[in-house]
Design a protein around this ligand. Structure first.
Ligand SMILES: Nc1ncnc2c1ncn2[C@@H]1O[C@H](COP(=O)(O)OP(=O)(O)OP(=O)(O)O)[C@@H](O)[C@H]1O
Length: 252
């Protein structure tokens, strides 16, 4: 298989006396869709929080495209090409969908804050460019018709798609999705699957934390299974489905 873009090497993390992750080793390959599953409290969100720098590992190392990012702050990790969504929405409710996506593009802006404030010609040109790029992102994800709607007025399922579009707008090499299908209806899940595949086809790797097993089985090429902070299995979805340890973990 290809080149690893995100790599955990013996990563451990405890909270107080509890080990949330124990010696976790895995690689997410270039343009791979990798599922991270496991029962509640298994350590999935902890893994995403570690990769994106919201929390720091107790031991072990994390690499992004070969660069050691262990302990770097979240904004540095983001600028190196890692984007994420959260389990709970973090949308700008009073702004349009387009503006929400422009926030995702902004880290690539050149003109700077003062130029934007005084609407200098460079900044005006740049804003126009950002708008066009944000529209292109929305179009690619099938969301262009929502561009001028106020994000907070949209149904929940569509708000989740906006969050995905914003994360994707920064053109990351890795995107971490924390339960993107939660609360979506069947049609919205179909669109989510399409969009995840679109992101992959553009060369981005996706780490998907998700409880919806049907969706995980359909979209992921490989699965990692955590239970009580330990990696208990990894492999193609069909093998994982009948892996005895996995069946035992899920049945309780
Ligand atoms: N900030 C924290 N402080 C203390 N304990 C925490 C913290 N974050 C997570 N934990 C604990 O670490 C363990 C793993 O939690 P985590 O949220 O990573 O699990 P999860 O697999 O994402 O679960 P879920 O599917 O329910 O979201 C749990 O026992 C949880 O209570």
């Amino acid at each position: 298989m290809g080149v690893p873009v995100l790599e955990f090497r013996q990563v451990s993390k405890g909270f107080g006396g509890l080990m949330a992750l124990y010696d976790l080793n895995f690689s997410l390959m270039e343009a791979e869709i990798l599922g991270l599953i496991g029962p509640n409290g298994a350590g999935k969100t902890t893994a995403i929080n570690l990769a994106s720098g919201l929390i720091k590992p107790q031991s072990g190392q994390i690499f992004l495209a070969g660069e050691d990012i262990t302990g770097l702050p979240p904004w540095r990790i983001a600028s190196l090409g890692l984007a994420r969504s959260f389990q709970h929405l973090e949308i700008l409710e009073d702004f349009s969908v387009l503006e929400n996506v422009m926030v995702g593009l902004h880290r690539r802006g050149q003109a700077g804050f003062l130029a934007a404030l005084f609407r200098l010609p460079g900044a005006v040109r740049e804003e126009k460019k950002l708008r066009e790029e944000a529209l292109a992102v929305l179009e690619a994800l099938g969301l262009k018709s929502l561009a001028f709607k106020i994000a907070g007025t949209l149904p929940y399922g569509l708000q989740r798609q906006v969050v995905l579009a914003r994360a994707w707008a920064s053109r990351p090499r890795v995107i971490l999705l924390d339960e993107p299908a939660a609360g979506l209806n069947a049609a919205e899940k179909k669109q989510l699957i399409r969009n995840i595949r679109h992101i992959q086809s553009a060369g981005c790797a996706v780490l998907l934390v998700e409880h919806d097993m049907a969706l995980v089985m359909e979209v992921c090429e490989r699965l990692l299974v955590l239970n009580h902070g330990r990696l208990i299995a990894q492999g193609p979805p069909r093998e994982i489905q009948r892996h005895p340890e996995v069946v035992k973990a899920y049945l309780g």
